[in-house]
Every structure is written in C-alpha cells, then in structure tokens.
Design a binder for this molecule. Sequence first.
Ligand code: ADP
Ligand code: MG
Length: 400
Amino acid sequence: MHFNELNLHPQLTAATAACGYQTPSPIQQQAIPVALAGRDLLGLAQTGTGKTAAFLLPLLHHLLAGERGNKPRALIIAPTRELAEQIHADIGKLGKNTGLRSVSVYGGVGKLGQIKAFRNGVDIVVACPGRLLDHLQAKAVSMAGITHLVLDEADHMFDMGFLPTIRQILKQLPKERQTLLFSATMPQELRRLAEEILREPTTVQVANSVPTTTVSHVLFPVEQPHKASALKKIMKETEMTAALIFTRTKHKALHLATQLSKAGYSATSLQGNLSQSQRQSAMSGFREGRFKILVATDIAARGIDVSSVSHVINYDVPDSVEAYIHRTGRTGRAAKTGTAFTLAGQEDRPMISRIEKTLGKPMRREVLAIVQVTADSLPASPPAHPRQRPRQPRMAAAKR
Ligand code: ADP
Ligand code: MG
C-alpha cells in the first residue's frame, strides 16, 4: 500500500514522502481511513509503530478544510513534555506548508509564551494535562471550538495519575467532536474512560503488546555492586551508535551519567530534577548525536523517539513487563534493528521470567568475564570502583 491510496490531502501525502515514509505502517493503514471518515477510534498498538502520524495525518486533513490560524480546533493530550514537544515537531514536519499552527503546552516553563501563542491564533494545542487545565481555569484559552480530540499514550496518563485532570478538561470540550484514543495497554480504569468519551468507536489493534521483533534481548547476570564496572565493560566491547540507559531513580540516572562522563563517554541524563531547558538540551543533544548516551528514568523517557538508538540498556530491571516493553521499544524503531541489554541480579529473577514469558523465549545470556558473579552465585569479588559507588544515603529512598 502507498500513502497516496489513503486519499489524504496531496500536501500531506507529499509531506510523508519528505519524511522518508514509503508505505504506511499497519496502524496507519488501519487507523487513517477510520479517522478520515470522521469516526471515533480506539487505537491499540505498541511503541514505535507509527501512531503519531496515524492520528496527525487525518487530523491535519480535517483541519485543512476549515479556517486556519484562528482558534484551537484540535486538542492533543500527551503525558510528558517530551512527547508533547515531539508531537508538536511532527506537526511541523507533516503539516509543513499547510499554514496550520500548533503550540505545545506544559508545565515547568513560563506561561507567557503559551498565552501569546493562544492570542496569536493556533489550530492545534498539544498539551500535558496539568498546565492545560491551569490555562483553562485562568480562561487563557477556550476549548469551545474543539472538533478533534486525541489522547496519546493514554495508559501512561493513567499511570501518572492524570485521569482526574483529563476528566476536568473534557468537561470544557464540546460533546460534538471526533475523539481518538491511543494506548499500548488497556487497564480497567482506562477502558471505563474510553467507554465514556468515545462514541461507537472503531477499535484498531496491531499486534499485541509484545516487543518489536527487530530487537534482540540479551541478559547479563550481574549483581548490583558490579553493575557500574559491568556496564563500562559492555560499552567498551560493543559498537553502539546511541544508547539509552534506564535506571530506577532519577538520582541514579544523574549519578550514572556523571560517572560515565568521567570515564570519557559523552553521556547526559534525563530525569525529573532537571529544569525544562536542561531537559530540552539533554534531549536535543541526544537526538542530534552530541551525546551518545542518555541515562533516563522510565517517566522521563516516555514516548521519546530517537530513531538512531541502537541499544537500550536496562541498568536496573524495570518494575513491570509493560515498562520493559516500552523501554526496549525505544530501539529497533521503524524496522531498524536494535539490541536490549539487561543487567539483572538475583532479586530480579521473578521479573525476568515474567518478561521472558511475554517475549515468548528466553533472553540470550551473556556472562561478563570481569564480573565474577552470576545470578546463581553470590558476589565473589569486590566492586571494581568502590569510590564511585553511591555516596548519598538518600538515594535508596529516592523517588522516581
Ligand atoms: P509510536 O507513537 O507508535 O511509538 P511514532 O509515531 O513515534 O511511534 O513513530 C516511530 C518512528 O517511526 C518515528 O521515527 C517515525 O518518524 C517513524 N515512522 C512513522 N511512520 C512511518 C512510516 N510509515 N514509514 C517509516 N517510518 C515511519
Ligand atoms: Mg507515540
């Protein structure tokens, strides 16, 4: 199938070609005709399947029909600032030369720029729930003209406790509208919300929530005290274009990035303690290749799409199978191949076996020579860099 078979506005078909997209991905093939027909949609698809264009293309198509640059007609709600920025950037690419304007709205930055953008006239608001509600309560923007609503990564919004805020925002939206909801998973409460807000939706589902097939999964049995030296050895021995490393806490992300920089790697961290401009420079530095390594927490890394990520490294095993799927979905994107490394100790065994059950096969085991320990034995050698171990006792109790 080709994009020109989807009956999109020619400008949009041209934009897909300019983005280097040759054929629509499965979710795009299924979702775009439904959304173009004006129907509500529940889209279930794993990460990296091309959901953004699946909702943006029909959305832009619809908006091209009306008066541009006047009042918001489309609202896209996303869980994190990074994802909002990414969608906003994708609107810039797919909506190039359409004259349609979007603004990204999230907390942690001044409100003024956002308010100015509202005043200058925007067609699309891409927002995180909290800051949008602030603006609505301050009457800085009106949602009365919204004809299209998209909820992206709805399961993450649920995880992050945004559903009550979203419900309040929804009260201010016209009932008469098209709603598209995208999620990788469908927890009970989200299902309830979907039933409330979608009208006779068409459900589109591609694959189950299983990882991208282009990713190979490798497990390194390593106990906690040996992880830093194990990681350095892995990195020394592996050819990586760009690596995304996950830690359990934000303090650990910062600490590990600092350690890696000291060891001569170009590394930075993305975690909740950064200011918005620091987050942005970490993200763009990684995306543009100035940093080869980004150390992040799950929340900070949600929805991030850097197609050059060759390796995802789970420095800490995630606390759910879903998180594993999401993390490893950051590599092997758009049918490129990727590798996921997981450093796991004894206590991680139950989670590893759950992950392997979902993967449908065991991860490939690789034992590191310097690390004299396997998941089956207790640590035998002292940590290679005792001085670089976490100094702050706060770390153990730190929240994500
Ligand atoms: P998701 O939201 O499902 O996680 P994204 O929309 O972020 O996935 O898309 C993942 C990557 O695939 C992005 O880099 C995007 O530019 C690329 N992509 C999307 N659609 C296509 C396509 N039809 N052909 C090639 N690449 C695509
Ligand atoms: Mg997405």
